[in-house]
Write a protein that binds this ligand. Sequence first.
Ligand code: UT7
Length: 340
Amino acid sequence: MEKINAIITGVGGYVPEYVLNNEELSRMVDTTDEWIMTRIGVKERRILTEEGLGTSYMARKAAKQLLQKTGVDPQSIDVVIVTTTTPDYHFPSTASIVIGKLGLENAYAYDFSAACCGFLYALDVACNMIQSGRHKRIIVIGADKMSSMVDYTDRATCPIFGDGAGAVLVEGTTEDNIGLIDSHLRTDGKGLPFLHMKAGGSVCPPSHFTVDHRLHYIYQEGRTVFRYAVTAMSQDCSIIAERNNLTKDNIAYVIPHQANLRIIEAVSKRLELPMEKVLVNIQHYGNTSAACMPLVLWEFEKQLKKGDNLVFTAFGAGFVHGASLYRWAYDGAQAAAPLK
Ligand code: UT7
């Protein structure tokens, strides 16, 4: 059998209308635009404010745009993977809700949990599924409504996060040397004390106590997470670079998880790669967790060219981390403009 390579053939995205900027945030907690810009690099973030709408709403919007842009028959989709830390419900899966609303009748769907590495890991899984020859078309959606678990009285976490969703279509090709080329993915399991939500899961189910003690929000020891993130992402990228003879000349772009501009700059410095080669949109969306990387692809799709070497890298709760070499498979300028 001819070798099948897995490629991304389209990108869709969605961010909610509401813009929460630093000025408004500084009226909610004791902070300033200057502190947030110098320490994190986020100017504004999108928030899904409509009552009764959750992650599946944004995921569905992103997938719908993806289907429109690519023009593929929705009934030809085999699998939908939604990667999220903020599912609509504990069960059923957010992916099952998305698939139902989109009316995809020939697909199965499931959720995938890997915090901020969700998209990086899920893309790897989807590519393997395509390479196996058993699946032809998979939609991978990274979507998170981070505002649903942000404590808007905690100035150390609330400026960081935003809401959004990005979706990619993954298909097979017999063309050589294209698509996902290599991945180095790791989970070290040391991260629990530093980044988690204390209650709401099976260890500490919701109760009056957990609500009264504000245990349903993101808890983060920022400095520790920062240090681990810089070290892990730099090492993961170096491993991928070394294994694939990548240099600053043949890497087109690094697409990092968008957690903190200082983390991104530190990684770029360690890799000796100029910031022009690092794609960043943290300033207007913040950290949308699993949605960060597909939203970068969505925003910068137009400037991506066939054959571009992209290095994806991410880090998140767990700790999960890794890097992948992905060789872009189409000229983005020819893809339909995103329909907002
Ligand atoms: O995506 C998942 C992975 N997550 C990450 O990668 C996040 C990693 N961590 C970070 O991005 C940063 O550590 C933070 C943005 C969370 C915090 O930045 P920092 O530079 O590490 O600040 P810090 O926690 O060391 O705090 C420095 C000071 C403290 O005051 P004192 O103790 O020095 O008096 C904080 O109370 O800054 C204070 N501070 C603030 N001041 C104004 C913390 N938040 C704010 C704020 N406005 N919003």
